[in-house]
Design a protein around this ligand. Structure first.
Ligand SMILES: C[S@@+](CC[C@H](N)C(=O)[O-])C[C@H]1O[C@@H](n2cnc3c(N)ncnc32)[C@H](O)[C@@H]1O
Length: 270
């Protein structure tokens, strides 16, 4: 497997004779960090809830993670199937599902969807489409198409404007992340690869950078995608040209919600 350690982090650890231990953001200890990182982030929830109210049928939350979108959907009375590749992330979701809610958690790869039934709304939030490369996105689109009802809606989010621009630029800076004992400082490093098509991101807790030790480095690898590219791909995959609407975020992060449905050709679900 190719290393997901950025040059910046490697150099920083090298300075003190330490080595990196890669830790996927969505597995093991990464899941706790992810929740701390995005925990208070309510972005997309109100838009997704409005969509779910408007379309009949159950909801499929893809790359559901620890349930940032699933839980509010379930609390609002929707029947939700939550799919995620990470059993650890879904474990956190299961622990947070309210008693009365109807949530089915499925550990599965969103590139190979094979679920029973069809869905009125399929959601892929948190710009998680960027986890997939072009071929994987094609597989995802085909699976979503098979799982939508005839009037079903596929909703996905992508960064836009200045937020999108910042994703294409190498970055390293200190950030703080809420922890049990207050805010903890982390080094955040973003490295751009593949002529700007891919970004590798790392987070290292500064307190963990101890000379001559193995230091946990949280990693993720993401594709840099524009709304225009995704719109073209969706149409080519048999969806209608997506409608675009801005997602309101308190932090001023620019996110676009793309909503689309099956272009009518009689294929797919009921
Ligand atoms: C950015 S998080 C989004 C979590 C949640 N939807 C949210 O809004 O916070 C991305 C999630 O995608 C999951 N994931 C990554 N690749 C996946 C795949 N191929 N199929 C299903 N889930 C995947 C990860 O495990 C992680 O939980």
């Amino acid at each position: 497997m190719t290393s997901l350690i950025t040059d910046t982090v490697a150099a920083r650890l090298d300075l003190v004779g330490a080595t990196a231990r890669e830790q996927d953001l969505y597995a093991g200890a990464g899941t706790n960090f992810y929740d701390r990182l995005v925990g208070p982030d309510r972005a997309e929830i109100r838009e997704v809830l409005a969509l779910a109210r408007a379309v009949p049928g159950p909801v499929l939350d893809l790359a559901a993670g620890s349930g940032r979108l699933t839980i509010p959907l379930a609390r609002s009375g929707h029947r939700v199937t939550a799919v995620d590749l990470s059993a650890d992330m879904l474990g956190r979701l299961r622990g947070a599902v309210p008693h009365e809610a109807t949530v089915e958690c499925v550990v599965a790869d969103m590139r190979d969807l094979a679920l029973a039934g069809h869905f009125g709304l399929v959601v892929l939030g948190a710009t998680s489409i960027t986890l997939l490369d072009r071929e994987d996105r094609s597989r995802l689109y085909a699976g979503v198409r098979r799982h939508l009802t005839a009037t079903g809606v596929f909703a996905l989010t992508v960064a836009d404007g200045a937020s999108a621009d910042s994703l294409g630029v190498a970055t390293d800076r200190e950030i703080t992340v809420p922890g049990g004992a207050g805010e903890e400082p982390y080094l955040f490093a973003q490295q751009i690869e593949g002529d700007g098509a891919v970004r590798v991101v790392n987070w290292v807790r500064l307190a963990d950078i101890v000379p001559r030790t193995e230091v946990p480095v949280l990693t993720s690898r993401l594709h840099v995608l524009s709304p225009e590219v995704l719109a073209g791909e969706l149409v080519a995959a048999g969806f209608t040209a997506p409608e675009r609407s801005p997602v309101r975020t308190p932090a001023g992060v620019e996110i676009l919600l793309l909503t689309t449905s099956r272009a009518g050709d009689g294929r797919g679900g009921r």
